[in-house]
Write a protein of this length. Structure first.
Length: 627
């Protein structure tokens, strides 16, 4: 009997050795895990006379079993088993499905007949469809004895498994466990290698980025040290991005552009629907943002870059790149390009700050110089004043044309005009003019002494071009509210004070309806009156004419004088005067009739109208004492 058993073992040993070799080779050659497990299941069927076999893998997170490799089982059985998987907690050491019991106890378990075994009701229907009768399961464990699943075999008839069969199944389950552990280790190693490779790629990319940033920083530092100005910064960025660059402020005043004549902001604001709101939102965000501008041409990219630290009106930079080739195929501005924009934005902020400080210093110096030139007390030391003027590029000794810039109403009531900004703009516009005009603030006005030649026959086109350019710059910086009053002819330095007094009085007559450039001759007879000054006789004439009105205004707190001024300013339109005074037109008419009766004049008679206008003009020159 022992001899036959030994003979049987010897006859099966080659088959076992071949199976073990096959499974070890498959594990070492890193074949697909499901295929390796299916091969081990097939070997179990062949070596242990099983009809079906499956490798159940335990999910440690959910505590459920899934079939990952099998032999002899139908696809339907596998699907049903995996859809409603067996749970580890459905078994104890003595009851429940053999698969779960084997994993739980760490020992092989078999059931001779599933129909006689209690606790298998949930699986009997599925096993019956498959024709399964006996079940045997051997645990699969890791080196630390943690369960990872089972190797479970089936027969179609009742069967009791002896110890040898159970040991042999356990040997095969150890091979299956080794395959699973090896596969998981390979997965971890691949993941680690992938993570290292990704980290290495990111590191190389970061190194490249750092190198590019270093190059960019060096270029930006060079720009800062060489003092290229806003135009140089725009030119650098235009070359680097192959794009058009425009630097301006919210008022639309262009500060620099590259190439010269670039009109990015005007195109965007004119053509793109709702562009103004989008631009305001980008400036509020403080971040460089690409603006969708399909309206101004397919294949065009526009990025708006807010300049940090800028005050109202805020500075901004426009970047436009027109794409070549097929439309809609170009990528947006990449990270390197955005970094270049942001770096240039910082340079622009520094340059703007430097220019503002220089403008403030220049404004103070020129204001003081203008005050000294107009002050007889200061001109006692004329040589010192002239030396200071020469150091600033001025030559006050020659003839000048006087220009007074004022801002007409249009701003919110109760606010003062921004003479500082207007002064800075005019100083900047005259920076390259030689000899340089003297520009300075006087009250709410900005005064410019424009050098001219004494020869009256000289071509004045250059003088007119300079004045026109200053008016254009004033219009830009004030939003169209600037007006320029030009004095009467050329004056020498000694005549500037009197001419300025007349021009400042004339500037008070300017309205939003006035032309941008107003010469004293444009005032007609009023202009002659302004130039001739206000003699005692003219003062008495004004006081006698307006005296009754002033007395009525003071006694009854009426506004007869103010109403007359508004009426004449409105070209004798009762309706427009009422709008200016915020009263009903009938009120204006009533006041005019009262005023006419008080002074004994007929407002329908031209000579009487002229009398009132002259009286009011004289009072205006005197500073509006009747008001």
């Amino acid at each position: 009997m022992a001899g036959r058993a030994l003979e049987s073992l010897e006859s099966r040993l080659p088959r076992w050795m071949e199976a073990m070799t096959e499974s070890l080779r498959a594990i070492n050659e890193e074949h697909d895990l499901d295929q390796v497990l299916a091969m081990i299941a097939r070997q179990a069927c062949e070596l242990l006379d099983l009809q079906q076999c499956a490798v159940y893998v335990l999910d440690p997170g959910s505590g459920t079993f899934r079939i990952n490799g099998s032999h002899g089982l139908s696809p339907g059985y596998i699907e049903r088993t995996n859809v409603e998987p067996m749970r580890l907690d459905e078994a104890t050491a003595r009851t429940g499905p053999p698969t779960a019991r084997a994993a739980l106890t760490g020992r092989p378990v078999f059931v001779e007949d599933v129909y006689d075994e209690p606790g298998l009701d949930r699986w009997r229907a599925n096993m019956a469809r498959e024709g399964l009768r006996a079940v045997v399961a051997a645990p699969m464990r890791t080196a630390d004895k943690s369960p990872i699943g089972t190797l479970t075999g089936y027969t179609r008839s009742e069967r009791a498994f002896d110890t040898a069969a159970l040991d042999q199944l356990a040997l095969l389950s150890d091979h299956a466990a080794a395959a699973i552990v090896a596969a998981r280790r390979r997965d971890r190693e691949r993941a680690a290698i992938g993570a290292l490779s990704e980290a290495n790629t990111e590191l190389l990319a970061q190194q490249a980025t750092v190198a590019r940033l270093r190059d960019l920083q060096q270029e930006l530092t060079r720009l800062l040290l060489t003092d290229v100005g806003l135009v140089g910064i725009a030119a650098f960025l235009a070359r680097r991005l192959d794009a058009e660059i425009t630097i301006d402020d919210e008022d639309g005043i262009e500060l620099a552009a590259s190439p010269h004549g670039a009109t990015v902001q005007r195109d965007v604001l004119a053509e793109a629907d709702g562009a103004a709101k989008r631009v305001a939102a980008v400036l509020d965000s403080g971040r460089a943002t690409e603006i969708d501008v399909n309206e101004i041409g397919a294949g065009t990219r526009v990025c708006l870059v807010p300049i940090p630290g800028s005050t109202s009106p805020r500075t901004r930079m426009w970047v436009r790149r027109s794409l070549k080739g097929e439309p809609h195929t170009a990528a947006p501005f990449d990270d390197d390009e955005r970094r270049a924009m942001e770096g240039c934005a910082l340079l622009i902020a520094l340059e703007r700050s430097r220019l503002e400080r220089r403008a403030e210093a220049e404004a103070r110096l020129t204001k003081d110089l203008l005050a000294d030139l107009l002050s007889p007390a200061a001109m006692v030391h004329a040589d010192s004043v002239m030396a200071r003027a020469a150091a600033l590029g001025h030559d006050p000794r020659g003839h000048h044309e006087l220009a007074v810039f004022v801002q007409v109403p249009g701003r919110p009531r109760g606010t003062r005009p921004d003479t500082g900004r207007l002064t800075a703009a005019l100083l900047d516009a005259t920076r390259d003019v030689r000899p340089r005009p003297v520009v300075g603030a006087v009250g709410d006005a900005v005064v410019a002494l424009l050098p001219t030649a004494a020869d009256p026959l000289r071509d004045r086109r250059w003088d007119r071009a300079l004045l026109t350019s200053l008016v254009e710059r004033a219009r830009q910086v004030t939003g169209g509210r600037a007006r320029c009053v030009v004095g009467a002819g050329q004056v020498e330095l000694a005549e500037v004070e009197q001419s300025l007094t007349v021009a400042l009085h004339a500037a008070r007559l300017v309205t939003p309806a006035s032309p941008e450039i107003v010469r004293l001759a444009d005032f007609g007879v009023h202009g002659l009156l302004l130039e001739s000054g206000t003699s005692e006789r003219l003062i008495r004439f004004a006081e006698e004419t307006l005296g009754p009105l002033v007395q009525l205004d003071r006694a009854r707190q009426s506004d007869l004088v103010a109403t007359l001024r508004a009426w004449f300013a409105a070209n004798m339109s009762t309706r427009e005067a009422a709008e200016q005074l915020f009263v009903h037109p009938n009120t204006v008419g009533y006041r005019l009739r009262r005023a006419a009766r008080a002074v004994g004049l007929d407002l329908g008679r031209p000579s009487d109208l002229l009398t009132l206008q002259l009286a009011l003009l004289i009072d205006e020159i005197r500073g509006g004492v009747c008001l």
